[in-house]
Design a protein around this ligand. Structure first.
Ligand code: FE2
Length: 374
């Protein structure tokens, strides 16, 4: 059932080693309220804070953690400056997908040498807990990759942040790590960004999907998945393809006012438990027609899980040569139909659920139609 193509000859030749995702930072209109959503609903814990009380005048930031996932929510304290500009244009969205490296100066120098555009030269930040070296480069739209070296740091997050003292802890829902982050870019720009990740960061093209793989009557897209050498960073890049009506990617680009992060996929070891908890706390997911479950096992073969709870919760199943995966998608987590989350449980499969795209897109189109955007 594999409908994707995997390039046979390409291998990774990392420009610099990346240990994993250091953090994902969202710039939002009201971080004080957003952080409570991520804690009370998604089960993150507040671990650090920076803002006016710590001597930063123009913004406030909350650092949240669950498993190895670290989210930073930052909001502007007034109408001036880059955070306010970003929120006005894009709404709430991902600003930064930060890489954790062992040598930020070396990583930055190599990225710049290969054509990356600088956002921040390597800068040493220090406090009583030690020091961090941080640099930054641009990627698609107004999105950036910070490059973080924290070998000599023992504090709660970064220098200048204080440990959080709010005692509220909702039970974690079992989210473990960031599996992949998907970018939506403009028509005709996918290969530009694929080439960027290949040339500048030494990533390789893990999988490709064309508009014949991923299309419904109305909506179509093309996608290429870029991965670093150790596979800890995976970035699928989507661009819209011609369909009868407006594709989900075009809807995103219209409402985000340009390219940006479409979804963050987070991994769990027990998707039924995780999704049950999230639904009980009010998180909304895309719904899948019951007919999907009448034929899914014919398509994917035997799986360890009972089909009944998967059907009850709307969890999707797909298989590749190495195993299978379970996945589900939230509705957008802000009023603009832009960023959403995917919950994924991998049972050997290394792919992204291409076998589910049709069922999924039909569900997305129903939502798009309700918003009057199809
Ligand atoms: Fe995904």
């Amino acid at each position: 059932m594999a409908t994707s193509t995997a390039p046979a000859v390409e291998t990774a030749h990392d420009t610099f080693p990346i240990n994993g995702t250091d953090y994902i930072e969202l710039w939002v209109g009201n971080a004080k309220q957003s952080q409570l959503f991520y804690r009370a609903v998604l089960g993150f814990q507040l671990i650090a804070y920076r803002g006016p009380e710590t001597g930063v005048r123009d913004r406030a930031s909350y650092v949240l953690e669950q498993g190895k996932i670290r989210l930073v929510l930052t909001t502007p304290m007034g109408p001036e400056g880059e955070v306010a500009d970003h929120v006005r244009l894009h709404g709430d969205g991902v600003r930064d997908m930060a890489f954790w490296v062992d040598d930020a100066r070396d990583a930055y120098a190599k990225a710049i040498e290969r054509g990356a555009v600088s956002v921040q030269e390597p800068t040493v930040l220090s406090d009583a807990h030690g020091s961090v070296v941080i640099a930054g480069i641009r990627t698609y739209g107004d999105t950036i990759h910070s490059i973080v070296e924290r070998t000599n740091y023992r504090g709660p997050f970064l220098p200048g942040f204080r440990a959080a003292d709010n005692p509220f802890h909702a039970e974690p829902v079992g989210l473990k790590y960031v599996d992949h982050c998907v970018g939506n870019v403009e028509l005709g720009k996918m290969n530009h960004w694929v080439e960027f990740y290949s040339r500048v960061l030494g990533f390789y093209n893990l999988l490709s999907f064309d508009d014949k793989t991923i299309s419904t009557e109305y909506s179509a897209l093309m996608s290429k998945v870029m991965s670093n050498g150790n596979g800890r960073i995976k970035f699928p890049i989507n661009e819209p393809a011609q369909g009868k009506k407006k594709s989900q990617i075009e809807e995103y680009l219209d409402f985000y006012r340009g390219p940006g992060v479409q979804h963050i996929a987070v991994a769990t070891d027990d998707i039924v438990k995780t999704v049950r908890m999230l639904k009980a706390r009010g998180l909304e997911f895309l719904s899948i027609p019951k007919t999907y479950y009448e034929t899914v096992l014919d398509r994917v073969g035997t799986i360890d899980e009972d089909i009944a709870p998967l059907a009850e919760l709307g969890i999707l199943v797909d298989r590749d040569d190495e195993g299978y995966l379970l996945q589900i998608f939230t509705k957008p987590v802000q009023d603009r139909p832009t960023l959403f989350f995917e919950i994924i449980q991998r049972k050997g499969a290394k792919s992204f659920g291409a076998g589910n795209f049709k069922a999924l897109f039909e569900s997305l189109e129903r939502e798009q139609e309700l918003r009057g955007n199809l």
